[in-house]
Design a protein around this ligand. Structure first.
Ligand code: M6R
Length: 617
């Protein structure tokens, strides 16, 4: 969850590292640090700051920061408080080696005691300092060079890591290694300079030539020389260079005050991108290459198991309803973190669908690795191109909504639901479980979603006013049924994440089995009450809340006078096919959470304790 940047080459490293840290700050923002090696006098400057990268900049800008080799880090604390002392980079006791690390060294306590007994001292509470001391110890006791010592030391480590190490005695080389934490190396001009990072976003403006390290690999990035990649067993790996292009405009706020607001408003254009080239023949057919290529496995699948976390798990619940309805294949939706330790009954007749925005979520990655071992076909529904989950899937469909920076997922969710809807249509068509009329009607409805979204987004001002009513509350209930139930869960998660209000999502009818005890005049209750399916029953649930003086905000279908006359606030969404309702009903809930957080003066894009990419389990 931490962010790593490194550079070795002929340019000044500092501006590259600081800009890179800003790009990676979504991964963690408890503290930040940078180390620069100036080979003109072999001096090493290390600066650290608690809090955000801007704090680090205000310290380092006014102090010496030259050097063409450097490493930097933005932290999401695991071991030890988010203090300056625990901030990375960390050094070996003699100051020769400097490291930044993302991940968790699980056996750090044992290693630390062993090193202490050999006379090593520790200045921080981190597992990272243990690792750099272990590497130094290996250099000291084996007489091997640093690269070999990194390799040997990593052989003793249990856990997950992406590390970058610099050596004061070799001031042109960066050593990078990974296991279960992402790491990409950009090859710069003339193949003589290297950019190292946790993902491609800090690198994309310098080069499109990228090498993604795989688990158990070590890279030697030596200025002016070819990149060398080895396994932990010291076998040379053939380097696979990919051509990765990112739209740099997507990495900026584009005039919006927050990434989250930009990403909410981008959804219509993102969904057009997501459907482009997939809904073809003038809107008559859905073609997903993964489904064409794996037609037989999908048609004969005994079951589909979705593995995911958080918002992606909510998208999975919607996908379940769509796939079961249109493909008649049973679907289970599992939390990846539970699935991986549940000894799941899974084999080659199952399809495992992994849904992930970042493509780096540790639990989801481990879940698909387990599913693959047991013979299942793994289908990735991922946003980040080239990410670990994408690379570890047998096949898949990218969401293609562009990088999502705000910690609260918005456009990725609607992108995921759109991909799952297209999958349901494509598989259902091949299986013959969806009729021609329904198929064509649903495609037309999907294509109409972006325009309808624009209508919902135009109600931003009204939602901002409603948000004022939430700002001083402590709890909220979100209720919906059928396809809108996962939307209730998602709305509640959004509010929790960024406005720190406790919120619960429930199936509306389940309310009377417990949560109704919480309803009084202080309790805001958000109802998803669009005009189909179980509409009348949801109205009855509303009456039950009104009878207990609950304050209702209802998301309704355009023109619904019945609900308007019953409740305090309504937000209308355009009429849409019931199966696609979540693509519209979720928008007011995203905006509501956003405006509540802004009115409370909270940091919307970087809420406390969270990180965008959860690369630890
Ligand atoms: O990158 P992923 O989609 O795998 O991430 C899963 C969750 O960590 C993520 O959806 C999280 O719940 C978001 N912060 C929700 O807004």
């Amino acid at each position: 969850m931490c962010g790593i940047v490194g550079y070795t080459g002929y340019r000044e490293a500092y501006p590259i590292l600081i800009k890179g840290l800003h790009r990676l700050e979504y991964r963690g923002y408890d503290s930040a640090g940078v180390a620069l090696l100036d080979e003109s006098d072999n001096s090493l400057s290390i600066y650290k700051a608690k809090g955000k990268v801007s704090g680090l900049e205000s310290i380092a800008d006014s102090r010496p920061h030259s050097g063409c080799i450097g490493i930097a880090h933005t932290r999401w604390a695991t071991h030890g408080l988010p203090t300056e002392n625990n901030a990375h980079p960390h050094q070996s006791e003699n100051g020769r080696l400097t490291i930044v690390h993302n991940g968790i060294i699980e056996n750090y306590a044992v290693l630390r005691e062993q090193l202490k007994s050999k006379g090593y001292h520790f200045r921080s509470e981190t597992d990272t300092e243990v690792l750099v001391q272990l590497i130094q110890y290996t250099v000291d006791t084996t007489g091997e060079d640093v690269a070999t010592s990194v390799r040997l030391a990593l052989g003793k480590v249990i856990g997950a890591y992406a590390i970058v190490v610099i050596d004061r005695d070799n001031p042109d080389t960066i050593i990078a290694a990974r296991k279960s934490s992402p790491m990409v190396i950009g090859i710069g001009e003339g193949n003589c300079e290297f950019f190292i990072a946790s993902d491609a976003s800090p690198i994309a403006e310098y080069t499109t030539k990228m090498v993604y390290l795989s688990d158990g690999q070590i890279a030697l990035c030596r200025r002016g020389e070819e990149l060398q990649v080895l396994t932990l067993d010291n076998d040379l790996v053939k380097v696979k260079v990919r051509n990765v292009k990112l739209d740099l405009n997507m990495l900026d706020k584009g005039g919006y005050p927050h990434f989250m607001l930009k990403e909410i408003h981008e959804q219509p254009s993102c969904l057009r991108d997501c459907m482009r080239g997939r809904i073809v023949e003038d809107g008559k057919r859905v073609v997903l290459s993964a489904i064409t290529e794996h037609r037989e496995e999908l048609l004969n699948a005994r079951r589909i198991v979705v593995v995911s976390c958080g918002t992606s798990w909510h998208a999975g619940l919607i996908g379940k309803q769509l796939i079961e309805q249109y493909c008649r294949i049973p679907v289970e939706v599992a939390y990846a973190s539970e699935f991986r330790y549940s000894d799941p009954v899974i084999d080659d007749k199952d399809i495992v669908v992994a849904i992930s925005q970042s493509g780096e979520t540790a639990d989801t990655l481990a879940a698909i690795q387990l599913a693959s071992e047991r013979g299942a076909l793994v289908y990735g529904v991922v946003n980040a191109v080239g990410s670990s989950i994408a690379r570890n899937s047998d096949t898949g469909t990218y969401i293609h909504v562009g990088p999502e920076i705000g910690v609260a997922s918005t456009k990725a969710f609607t992108g995921q639901v759109t991909v799952l809807a297209m999958m349901a249509l494509a598989i259902g068509r091949e299986k013959g479980t969806i009729g021609d009329e329904e198929y064509e009607n649903l495609i037309a409805e999907l294509l109409s979603i972006p325009e309808k979204m624009e209508k919902v987004l135009s109600q931003d001002g009204r939602i901002r006013q409603i948000a004022e009513k939430f700002r001083d509350k402590h709890n909220a209930l979100y209720l919906g049924r059928g396809i809108n139930y996962p939307v209730a869960l998602e709305g509640a998660l959004k509010l929790k994440e960024i406005s720190y209000l406790h919120a619960e999502g429930y199936p509306a009818a389940e309310m009377k089995h417990g949560p109704i005890a919480l309803v009084d005049e202080e309790m805001p209750v958000v109802f998803l009450a669009t005009h189909y399916g179980l509409y009348e029953k949801v109205i009855s649930n509303m009456q039950e809340v009104i009878a207990r003086k609950g304050r209702i905000l209802a998301i309704v279908t355009e023109g619904d006078e019945t609900v308007r006359n019953m409740v305090e606030d309504v937000i209308e969404v355009p009429q849409v096919h019931s199966s696609l309702a979540p693509l519209l009903t979720v928008l007011p809930l995203q905006m509501l959470a956003y405006h509540v957080a802004v009115s409370k003066g909270l940091d919307v894009d970087q809420p406390r304790n969270l990180a965008k990419s959860v690369t630890v389990e």
